[in-house]
Design a protein around this ligand. Structure first.
Ligand SMILES: Cc1cc2nc3c(=O)[nH]c(=O)nc-3n(C[C@H](O)[C@H](O)[C@H](O)COP(=O)(O)OP(=O)(O)OC[C@H]3O[C@@H](n4cnc5c(N)ncnc54)[C@H](O)[C@@H]3O)c2cc1C
Length: 255
């Protein structure tokens, strides 16, 4: 089994996971490299990029991802934990998943049959599951540079060291006059609420309280929450709507 930051693997080992060997990726120089690609339109983050790396080196180009990274765990965990590791753990409420989804990022996967790319919002296929074969590695995340305001709204059981019960990431694209939105914690996978995104495009010139409320309602309709100890499905659906309204309001104010 491969290990990057170890913050997920160690939890599993403590729970009794028995693996013959661990292969540490954290010192593979090529997996740590980040470069701009597509003539500066995107950043290719090597697979062992941590939340701290995002905050220290990519906050200007990727403000949505940085806002989500800022809410993750503690400084100690952010120093070790990688974004790719979070995706492979298959946490459908992951902060990185939300921000990568709203940024329209892709996951670069390499294996014996070559390299393929997966849309980040579709990479987690269910709780604890992802679109990665047993003989494949995530090698990079390709994240478009923000071309407008972004916002991240998260509800957790408390303000720090808490996974999201529900979270909404949004990026506005003023030139295209569109929004990309990703909701986590409100379905077994990340959700891109297409009807809510379309509403923003349609109402771009007249965004007011009525549109904000309608946007929240459309996001709440689009999700499919599973209940667990941290929140009932009703609570998560309600939270998705409230957080969506809040995130769009904040992003719109920054236009
Ligand atoms: C105390 C604590 C608090 C947390 N709080 C939050 C939070 O607020 N929000 C949030 O979203 N998450 C939170 N997390 C989860 C955290 O985001 C993940 O544990 C972390 O990102 C996993 O990354 P890692 O590098 O440590 O992965 P590892 O533990 O090294 O690996 C996790 C899994 O990914 C696999 N893997 C790792 N890298 C690759 C790769 N490149 N290719 C293929 N497979 C790979 C490993 O084999 C393993 O199966 C928290 C975790 C802890 C321990």
């Amino acid at each position: 089994m491969v290990v990057a930051g170890g913050t997920g693997v160690l939890v599993e080992l403590n729970r009794g996971l028995d693996v013959p060997a661990l292969l540490d990726l954290s010192r593979v120089a090529e997996l740590r490299e980040s470069t701009t690609v597509d003539d500066g339109a995107a950043v290719r983050l090597g697979a062992t990029t941590t939340y701290t790396d995002v905050l220290e080196h990519h906050a200007a180009a990727l403000p949505g991802l940085a806002a989500a990274a800022r809410t993750v765990a503690s400084r100690q965990v952010r120093n070790r934990a990688t974004l790719a590791g979070a995706l492979v753990l298959g946490d459908p409420s992951g902060d990185a998943l939300a921000a990568l989804g709203a940024a329209d990022a892709t996951v670069e996967v390499a294996g014996p049959h070559g390299i393929r790319h997966v849309v980040a919002s579709a990479f987690v296929t269910g709780p604890g599951a992802c679109d990665l074969g047993p003989d494949e590695l995530v090698t990079a995340l390709i994240v478009p540079v923000a071309d407008g305001p972004t916002a991240y709204a998260k509800a957790g059981a408390r303000n720090a060291m808490a996974r999201a019960v529900c979270a909404v990431a949004i990026e506005l694209h003023p030139v295209a006059r569109t929004a990309t939105v990703c909701v986590v914690g409100a379905a077994p996978t990340a959700i891109r609420p297409g009807t809510a995104e379309a509403l923003v495009a349609d109402a771009w010139d007249e965004l007011d309280d009525r549109v904000l409320r309608r946007f929240g309602a459309l996001v709440a309709e689009a999700v499919d929450p599973l209940p667990d100890a941290r929140g009932s499905s009703g609570y998560r659906r309600h939270a998705a709507g409230v957080l969506a309204t809040r995130a769009l309001d904040r992003a719109w104010d920054a236009l």
